[in-house]
Design a protein around this ligand. Structure first.
Ligand code: NG1
Length: 472
């Protein structure tokens, strides 16, 4: 059997161990799907506006080993005893577990496969159940997409068990919205990066439809990733903050679309694609002239600016049913700042792909620094801690550093020369981790603080793949 790129000896050994825990009935084949996490170099909070991103798949992965079972259900176990076993039936609409349950990500992935294939005539009654064992090694709640690693590996393992095939772009499109199931209106960056990753390359990914250009990482470039230890927990406050920004960006897009007399605009990407002659600053100016910088969260004023009814706008922006976005109505929606970040960031991403490819690390670092500043000032998703750790990375000699992922905690990424990676790490250890005292009572809840430092040089690795494991 030829092993696809990305599997190292340790992962193959992990898969073999997990296979022993899978309940493979009769002569059922055993499959192992491996999907990496990702770190985003630049292009933050642009994906759900349909605008480009520049992530790398990382060399930390989740593995799901699976075999068909006769019952139409998923039997699920996790190699980490903190996550207890689950069992659920395969159905056209799978009800979710309580908010925060780890297995909701597995359900999200299975639901995504069911939705995709039932639209193509393969219905749930034709699908086999599976015994699955999960082993995740992407640090959780750190902005490194442990959730995408889980949804992608689950979807691919479940498809393998059912002999369903899709090419990587189709798979990325299928799983792009899987996190909507758990209530986050995420864009498709994480899943696309996990599937389309390429060793030693960053990925310039565009959306609607998904396209990718692999950008070679210069040989002298190193990526240092460091966790702030502030938990970016997507099941609580961070999800509300994230979804709020999705709404703010969509509202800004609609107002700009109307000001520019464009039809059918729902996201900022529609505006950018329909206005090739306009730069970010000009678009921001146009928006500033068309509406106040912030609008009431009851959407009354917004509806009147757009000339639509308030209930219709509410339903379009917030959705309906269980995944409807609940907005804190006491604070206004920041239209102008959010659009200024997204439009400016889009120009930076496009430039970044070129300067990285040309090996101009110094310029790339400056773009990353500018991205962080914009995320802090206009997108308001940095924290004191993220700012502090970013500062330490820069002081240690990085070309540039920024928060990566949604922010509100989680990790930073620093770009540096291979030769200075150690000094960047040392500067983070001395200037940041040494000052956090895990023994002292935290002002925050226990859940918002981790005690283990994670900082490492991560390498751009290959995307997800599935292998057949020998049966005993
Ligand atoms: P993280 O924070 O890594 O989960 C989130 C979104 C991405 C993207 C980034 C911000 C999820 C699952 N993913 O990433 O789609 O929008 O924030 O660029 O919420």
């Amino acid at each position: 059997m030829s092993i696809p790129d990305g599997w190292d000896a340790g992962e193959l050994a992990r898969a073999a161990c997990l296979a022993a825990r899978v309940r493979a009935g009769g002569d059922a084949r055993i499959f192992a799907a491996r999907a990496p996490g990702r770190v985003n170099l630049i292009g933050e909070h642009t994906d759900y506006s349909g605008l480009p991103v520049l992530p790398v798949a990382i060399d930390r992965s989740t593995i799901v080993v699976a075999a068909a079972v006769t019952a139409a259900e998923i039997e699920l176990a996790n190699a980490d005893p903190r996550w207890s076993s689950r069992r659920f039936a395969i159905a056209r609409q799978i009800p979710s577990y309580e908010t925060g349950d780890w297995a909701n990500y597995v359900k999200a992935a299975i639901q995504g496969v069911i939705d995709h294939f039932s639209a193509r005539g393969i219905f749930t009654e034709n699908l086999r159940g599976a015994s699955m064992v999960v082993d995740g090694r992407v640090p959780p709640a750190a902005g490194l997409s442990s959730s995408a690693a889980l949804t992608v590996s689950t979807a691919m393992a479940f498809m393998a068990v059912n002999e369903l095939e899709l090419d990587p772009i189709e798979t990325a499109t299928m799983v792009a919205r899987s996190e909507w199931y758990v209530g986050t209106r995420a864009g498709g960056m994480d899943q696309a990066a996990s599937i389309l990753g390429r060793r030693d390359h960053a990925l310039f990914i565009e959306f609607d439809p998904i396209r990718v250009r692999a950008v070679k990482m210069p040989a002298n470039a190193a990526l240092v990733v460091a966790d702030s230890r502030e938990i970016a927990d997507k099941s609580g406050m961070v999800r509300a903050q994230y979804n709020r920004r999705v709404v703010e960006c969509a509202l800004a897009a609609r107002i700009l679309g109307r000001a520019l007399e464009l039809d059918g605009v729902t996201i900022l990407g529609d505006v950018v694609r329909a206005s090739p002659g306009w730069n970010a600053a000009e678009l921001v100016e146009k928006l500033a002239a068309a509406a106040p910088a912030r609008l009431g969260a009851d959407l009354k004023e917004a509806a009147s600016i757009l000339g639509v009814s308030q209930p219709a706008l509410d339903a379009e922006l917030l959705g309906r049913g269980p995944t409807r976005i609940a907005l804190d109505s006491s604070r206004p929606l920041e239209i102008l700042k959010r659009a200024r970040h997204v439009l400016g960031e889009t120009e930076r991403v496009i430039r970044a792909a070129d300067v990285l490819e040309a090996g101009r690390l110094d310029e790339m670092g400056k773009l990353m620094n500018a991205s962080h500043q914009s995320l802090a000032d206009d997108f308001e998703c940095s924290t004191e801690r993220l700012d502090a750790i970013v500062e330490c990375a820069r002081r240690g000699g990085a070309f540039g550093a920024r928060l990566t992922g949604a922010g509100f905690g989680g990790s930073i990424v620093a770009l540096c020369d291979v030769a200075s990676a150690d000094s960047v790490i040392e500067s983070i250890d001395r200037g940041y981790y040494a000052k956090l005292d895990p023994g002292a009572p935290s002002e925050k809840s226990e859940k918002s603080e981790k005690t283990k430092n994670f900082r490492a040089v991560l390498h751009a690795g290959a995307g997800a793949s599935v292998i057949d494991l020998p049966t005993a």
